[in-house]
Write a protein that binds this ligand. Sequence first.
Ligand SMILES: [Zn+2]
Ligand SMILES: [Zn+2]
Length: 279
Amino acid sequence: MKQDFTLHTHTKPFDGQDDEYAMIKAAKQNGMKTIGFSNHFIVHPDICKTDFYPFAVFGGYQSIYNSNFEDALFYFKKHYDILEQYAAQNSQDNIQILRGMEMDLFDTRRWYNGYMHTINTLKPDYIIGSAHLIEYGKKLCNIHDIKKAPADVQDKMLMAYWKKVQWLAKSGMCSCLAHIDLPARVNLGTDEKWAEVEQQTVDIIAENKIPVEINTAAYKKSVFPHPLPRIMKMCADKKVPMFLSDDAHKASQVCRDFDKAKKYADCFGVKLVSLDKVL
Ligand SMILES: [Zn+2]
Ligand SMILES: [Zn+2]
């Protein structure tokens, strides 16, 4: 059976390049019965003071980072209104539209309160948990900052990364997890010495029955998607529920390489789960 849903997509004015309509059209053309939108929900008071923020400004995707919840709520409200309007005007359409978000978790009372207020206001259909950012030495870092760090610091940062993924899995705050081996995107953490903490993480994911995506965006630069084979095997052994994600940032990327990733899953004996098992 071919997977007939896609949940990991990004649009304008977040860091996607196309609007909601173009993405829905592409999903329909690819035979999807459901498309979910999962723009970034990344709110932290110090986000504009980080080393990576100027790169975001330069690249024109700074709108995914917010230093306060009001701004994030404003953008999400507008985006969700468009999705609801589309669904109301196209009720004959045979595609279901879901309102999701890709969320980064932070460990402060203020963050939790702001997040809960946002969730209670927006009532999203699902939440994808991601660890794009880690806190190290009181600084927020992304995978490129980890890549630039000296070797001993790099190891500590990578460990902080895996602890964050574990925390996401245990938090009960997300429907599923994205690209669990994100540092692999910049060739980090691929060494065999990381297998132990990876296994520990997969065990926690399995215990909490959190579905994990097979993210095909990685095919741009690698012969494998996320997760890489070592973690895929662990997920298969522990029967972690898995599904395909395109992490589409434009319409032409909707459902990208789903056939290839399905074969990849087959190689490990991973049976992809249905939509109701992810939500
Ligand atoms: Zn992501
Ligand atoms: Zn994403």
